[in-house]
Design a protein around this ligand. Sequence first.
Ligand code: AMP
Ligand code: MG
Length: 349
Amino acid sequence: METIISKISHTIKDDEIIHTAGDIIKSGGLVAFPTETVYGLGGDALNPDSSRKIYAAKGRPSDNPLIIHICKLEDIYRIVSDFPEKAKKLAREFWPGPLTMVLPKSDKVPKETTGGLNTVAVRMPVDPIALSFIEAAGGYVAAPSANLSGRPSPTSAKYVEEDMDGRIDMIIDDGDVEIGLESTIVDMTCEIPMLLRPGMITAEMLKEVLGDLETDKTILAGNIAGRPKAPGMKYKHYAPKGELTIIAGKPEEVIKRINELAKTGMQQGEKVGIIGTDENISFYYGDSIKSVGKHDDEVSIAKRLYRILREFDDENVTLIYSESFSTGGMGQAIMNRLLKAAGHQILYV
Ligand code: AMP
Ligand code: MG
């Protein structure tokens, strides 16, 4: 299949692109589109064939449910069987925005879209291109991240093209995304709402609105027995091609250990990548050294993390050593993704 790639110009010309994209979804095709979090791979959420095609294009197991994206709050009533007061409160506070809520599904939503579950994940993004695309597509766009299964989520259209060219009908190219990590997911079907995936909307922000919030214990832990509640969390996700290890401890010790490991690796013929921060970056020795941002600026780190992992892939880096980050605020989301990418390999020094 030939993939149409259409660049957004922020002029009237965009209307035509959005219109074409909407028609593709309505006729059962797939379109990758920008959101504020990462690029999504969209299909008609109410059409089971579209959802099947999404799984096929990503190479994703079909028990891993999709998020339904809406553009108007009132549209939610068609896809959920209950919209409890607590969920309405969160919607008022954080929609449109990077928050996904899990709610009981209505019978309009096919099981193919929810991976066989009786619940459905719903989000209203804030990105204006995403919103007009969802509207043109009929209001209900099922979308996981637009990467091949197991690769870092795409934060720029060029990475979508890398993974999806020839596999989907169209890519709407609006350059780089704003946030760079996937949405926060909270399960509103539990007695006490449960955080399933951390994101830019932090646990603290949710607690302020909800009062009580539980956190899925598998978010930062590696080998806890039991099934993560978001089915997607059980797969090894966000994995770079190189083997990634996180080094945690005092900055001087971390730098020392990373340099020792890098030296040994290079002597053994490995190509070594290092993920550091602005404060420490000049102290490292390795084949490819990248700063992910300022150590205490979580927003900048979130924005660059996936890009760096993909750049290491492009450079055929075989071993990656990364500094560790704090787990407060949005740091919880950053460490959750980094730990997954590392298959939970972390060295304390
Ligand atoms: P992605 O679009 O790649 O960010 O993946 C969507 C994420 O949402 C996956 O981790 C899913 O497991 C999660 N998800 C979607 N629907 C549900 C649901 N009904 N219950 C729990 N988690 C869900
Ligand atoms: Mg994903």
